[in-house]
Structure formats: C-alpha cells, structure tokens
Design a binder for this molecule. Structure first.
Ligand code: SF4
Length: 347
C-alpha cells in the first residue's frame, strides 16, 4: 500500500525535544506528567505489550483516564502494542489497536508488520511509531516501514553513534526518537531470544523477559545463586547487590576464564551530557526506559531531564545544574552508567 502519513504532532515543530516517559501504572503516568513529561508511553495488561509483567500496565478504563489527564494538560499518551501477534490469533492485538484508537491515544508503537498494516488500514489517522522491537537499522528498512505503513516516527535501536544518527536523519522522511536514559540490552534490539532459550517465553511473543515464575534465588556456600529456569545466571558474594536474573546480564564462564559479563554489563544508559548533541543530530524525542519502575523513580528522572533539556534550550551550560546530573547518576541501574553506543567504539 502507499504511504499514509498521519498529521504531525506539535512536538515535531518544537525546537525543544520531547521527553517521552515510561508509565507502568496510572500513578506513574500522573507522576511523569506532573514532573514535566511531554509524552507518556504505556501498554495494556496482556501479551500485546513487551512489558507484560504482573502488577503493571493499564486496563482500557485506566488508559481512558490517563489520556484525559494528559490531554487536559496538553500532553500526549502513546500506547505500546509492540509484541508480535501469535500465529492464528490476532484478535487480541487488533482489539488493542482498536481500543487505543477509540480512546484517543496519540500514537501506537508497533513492530509487527501485519499489525502495522491493520492499523494503517483501519485507523489511518492514528499515528504509527515503529517500535525499537522492529529492529530496523538500515535506511532501506526504515524506508520500507514508511512506504508500506506510513510510520511517522521510529524509535532507533540503541546501536547508532550520534554521527550515524545525524546522517540517518538527512536520509529518512520521519521523526527519530532515541533512548536517553535507562536499562540497556545487548545490541540485538527486537531480536533477542535469550529468555525464550531459558524459559520458553520472551518479549517478542509473550511480552516478558525472564518471567518471575522461572526465577529462583538460593544460598549456597555463602553465595547467593540466581537461577533462571535450568540455568544459573549469576552468583553474588556477601555485600554484592543481586540484580534480576535476565540472561543477558548474567556472569558466565567462557572456557577457563573467570566468570564475567559476556553479553552486557548491568549498566544504565545515561546520555544526559549529550542532550545538545542529540538535539543537533535531529532527534526530536528523548525516550526514558523503565515501565517496570515506580512513580518516584519516574518523577525524579523526568524532572531532572526537564531541567536539563530546558537549560540546554536556553543555551545554559550544565555547570549550574550539577544537582540534576548527580540525581541521574544516583538513579542509574546498579550505580553504573554508560553512554551506550552514542560515542562508543565497541559495537
Ligand atoms: S535477555 Fe536481555 S536483551 Fe534479551 S530480552 Fe531480556 S533483557 Fe532484553
């Protein structure tokens, strides 16, 4: 089908990049809006959402109230319907798209090409954003999603340098949203099956990585062992803080080497110091990861970025905003932070 571009949001015309904040709960949505988020993203309580964890997410009624709260304050709500529909059972996903559209969501975030096609045909005025789960990482693949499904924005996989993003922006006709803060995964966005290997379930189809029912912690010889399914993913000595056992953040022995983080260090992306460079690269929206996080965390991260982004827009140096930078450092997962691929050469 030919491209169907939906109307651009006000954010695309703004000089100041949009803050796109996570909301795992209605309380987090309110906290994010009150702290200064321009847009909140959230999902339904089912397998249509790549953060399908117990105790999180929105009913249709929650979403209706959340959208009303955001719109009353001139903000937006995007709905993540970013898993891949089950073979022979697309009803749940179609219903999620229909519900998001009927409740007035500002955009749907999707990866599955069949669902993108359904949304484009059924709700052509509803903006479609390509989820990072789509894993589109070349100009031709981005053009394909634009031409086939009229995507208005794509959320870039966390694998590009800033120079590459600036170059990319000159060659694609859509908005670019990038992660600026939060947990990192290995650079296989949208293609990770490690959780399925260990537990039979992964974010791609079920919306959950390392589901809690497969997680066990055991004390052994003074160490805390973390098990996921049949695998020991990590062990922690006294005084070491134990993280949640996702396969990618486990420590393993490769050959005769000591146990090490062979996939990914448990670090937090914190690109606060690149706010100006990211804006100049053409990124119109800064995304904060963390729908599994509580409302206090969301409020603190959003408020810190609100202060820094507004300061950068006024041309101020960050020297006067050390407290906000320090707050973000403190909130970084495990206390360790990284600039991710934006400047790194390890990809
Ligand atoms: S194992 Fe890691 S990279 Fe893979 S889905 Fe889970 S958190 Fe993401």
């Amino acid at each position: 089908m030919s491209a169907v571009m939906t109307s651009a949001p006000t954010a695309s015309a703004q000089m100041i990049p949009e803050i796109v904040a996570p909301a795992g709960t209605p309380a987090a949505l309110v906290a994010a809006i009150d702290a200064g988020a321009d847009t909140v993203y959230c999902g339904f309580r089912d397998a249509t959402n790549a953060r399908n964890y117990p105790g999180l997410n929105f009913t249709a009624e929650d979403l209706k109230e959340g959208i009303a709260y955001a719109h009353a304050r001139g903000r937006r709500v995007n709905v993540a319907i970013n898993t891949y529909a089950s073979a022979g059972n697309t009803k749940l996903w179609h219903k999620a798209i229909d519900t998001a559209a009927s409740l007035g969501a500002d955009a749907v975030i999707m990866a599955d090409i069949g669902l993108l096609d359904y949304a484009a045909r059924t709700h052509p005025k509803l903006r479609r954003h390509l989820s990072v789960q789509g894993g589109a990482s070349t100009i031709s693949s981005i053009h394909y999603y634009y031409e086939a499904f009229g995507i208005a924005r794509m959320i870039l996989p966390r694998m590009f340098t800033l120079d590459e993003i600036a170059e990319l922006k000159t060659r694609v006709p859509i908005e670019i949203e990038c992660f600026i803060f939060g947990s990192l995964s290995p650079m296989t966005e949208g293609r990770c099956s490690l959780s399925a290997y260990a537990t039979g379930r992964s974010p791609n189809l079920c919306g959950v990585c390392s589901p809690a029912e497969h997680v066990r912690y055991e004390q052994q010889d003074g160490e805390l062992l973390c098990r996921l399914g049949d695998f020991v993913t990590n062990s922690f000595g006294p005084g070491e803080s134990a993280g949640y056992p996702t396969v990618c953040k486990g420590r393993y022995m490769a050959g005769d080497a000591d146990p090490a983080y062979v996939f990914e260090e448990p670090e937090c992306l914190n690109a606060a110091e690149y706010i100006g460079a990211m804006r100049k690269a053409g990124i119109c929206a800064f995304k904060i990861e963390g729908r599994q996080r509580g409302r206090f965390y969301v409020a603190e991260v959003v408020a810190s970025f609100r202060e820094l982004i507004d300061a950068e827009a006024r041309g101020e140096s960050f020297a006067k905003h050390g407290a906000a930078l320090e707050r973000l450092r403190r909130l970084a997962e495990g206390g360790e932070e990284t600039k991710g691929a934006y400047r790194k050469g390890w990809r």
